[in-house]
Design a protein around this ligand. Structure first.
Ligand SMILES: NC(=O)c1ccc[n+]([C@@H]2O[C@H](COP(=O)([O-])OP(=O)(O)OC[C@H]3O[C@@H](n4cnc5c(N)ncnc54)[C@H](O)[C@@H]3O)[C@@H](O)[C@H]2O)c1
Length: 437
């Protein structure tokens, strides 16, 4: 059993108090809103939510729930403080952490007079870097040291209102962002009753994941509605379409395509996206998400080019020219567009593509090669090392097993990886650069 103080008794804090007590922990709530404090002090929830009244009262009757307006009392009564304070949008869109920081200040004041180790858990949704800022503020106010007297953990909340109690007790995953082993172990033990997978990550990863999750959820709703609007005009049942869409768990509802790296291309994605946008436009359906995907993809190719210009070299090598590995298909290849843009900036270029070499050897697709890339054919090399050794910057657009050794062998050559080779030893080398990570 852990003793926990919960700062902020709104939706997240109230559900947190009730559910932490259900897991057998002793919880004290704290809020600047006296009405909320007095409700919790009587075992009553501060929100309307399924199952909350019963779970709260159960914990209260078991003597596990109390509340106070005094931050000092809450901290001194607990070994862990949960921050569940609101972080609303400021007028420019950023999340305003001023309420949270004010709660942190009062916790830090109490830590000053505490002799035992204290763990501060950020449960609120906060911008990346907040964990470090909270730690800094506590050190400044309390005069104590992170890692010695206290530590800060990022542990985002995944509940949905309306399902909050059930979501708290059955989270999809439990994310713990901390570099402090003692705190990681304590939180794992505290959540051991939940049975969900516990994932330990860097605090910044734990901080940004809520932004990513909720933006993706918003995208799903809006994407589904754009598809619905187009289908309606075409007299197609959009629910049947989306049910079918969700049945594909290999490409649609799956990790596939979710790897930050390079732009899409090929014979299908660009073509069919344009085809769907045509259907929308010709049926007077505004579909801004579908209409902006190609633009986003183009911008991404441009970002790579900008990085090449920043690196500021004159001789460039590209490993992988077809639209993806394992094919000689050149249609709509993003790597070709990148190659042309690099040439357009006055750089010299060498290219290695295993599948184009096979195609040339076997004389398959020769007409296509001559038709689509006559200007690039003379730049193709048969050997990846000869491309690497003749350039100052190598852009890797497909996974190639020889590249990690070449990164080690040529420390003076910069490698820009667009596909993440996943070789952690290479990733720490100074001549290696991951493009989106
Ligand atoms: N509501 C959700 O479904 C949900 C889900 C996951 C994460 N979150 C995140 O959790 C955080 C809290 O959200 P919420 O919906 O519970 O907010 P809320 O507005 O319902 O509750 C916030 C509480 O913090 C209190 N508070 C403000 N300053 C304080 C201080 N200095 N000390 C103690 N208490 C203080 C407020 O009085 C209020 O009761 C936000 O960052 C939110 O983004 C919310």
């Amino acid at each position: 059993m852990a003793s926990i103080s919960v700062f902020g008794l709104g939706y997240v804090g109230c559900v947190g108090i009730a559910c932490l007590a259900k897991l057998g922990h002793k919880v004290v709530g704290c809020d600047v809103d006296f009405n909320k404090v007095s409700r919790v002090a009587m075992g009553l929830p501060t929100i309307v939510e399924r199952d909350i009244d019963e779970v709260m009262m159960e914990g209260f009757k078991a003597g596990l729930i109390s509340a106070t307006s005094s931050a000092e009392e809450a901290v001194l009564k607990s070994e862990i403080s949960f921050l569940c304070v609101g972080t609303p949008n400021a007028s420019d869109g950023r999340l305003d952490t001023s309420f949270l920081m004010s709660a942190v200040k009062s916790i830090a004041n109490a830590i000053r007079s505490k002799s035992t180790f204290h763990i501060v858990v950020i449960r609120s949704t906060v911008p990346p870097g907040t964990n470090a800022a909270v730690s800094e503020l506590i050190e400044k106010v309390s005069g104590k040291r992170d890692g010695i007297n206290f530590t800060v953990v990022s542990n985002p909340e995944f509940l949905r209102e309306g399902m909050a109690v059930s979501d708290f007790l059955n989270p999809p995953i439990t994310v713990i962002g901390s570099r402090n082993r003692r705190a990681l172990n304590k939180l794992k033990e505290m959540y051991s009753g939940l049975g969900s997978e516990v994932v330990e990550v860097d605090p910044k990863v734990a901080e940004i994941i809520k932004f990513v999750n909720n933006s993706y959820h918003a995208l799903k709703v809006a994407f589904g509605n754009e598809i619905g609007a187009i289908c309606k005009k075409l007299d197609i049942d959009s629910h049947q379409v989306m049910d079918l869409f969700c049945k594909d768990t290999q490409l649609n509802i799956s990790p596939y395509y979710f790897k930050p790296g390079f732009a899409y291309g090929g014979s299908c994605l660009p073509k069919d996206l344009r085809g769907l946008n045509f259907l929308a436009e010709s049926n007077q359906v505004e579909a801004p998400i579908l209409g902006s995907i190609e633009n986003s993809n183009n911008l991404h190719i441009h970002r790579v080019l900008e990085r090449v210009q920043q690196i500021g070299v004159r001789s460039v090598g590209i490993v992988g020219l077809t639209f993806k590995a394992g094919t000689d298909d050149l249609r709509n290849s993003a790597a070709i567009r990148l190659a042309e843009a690099v040439l357009g900036k006055g750089c010299t270029l060498r290219i290695y593509d295993r599948y184009l070499n096979i195609a040339r050897e076997k004389e398959t697709n020769l007409n296509e090669l001559n038709k689509r890339i006559p200007h690039l054919l003379p730049l193709l090399d048969k050997d990846v090392e000869s491309v690497v050794s003749k350039t100052s910057l190598v852009i890797v657009t497909v996974k190639n097993p020889e590249i990690p050794d070449l990164i080690r062998k040529y420390p003076e050559i910069h490698f820009l990886d667009l596909v993440r080779m996943k070789d952690s030893a290479v990733e720490t080398l100074p001549n290696y650069e991951g493009f989106c990570w």
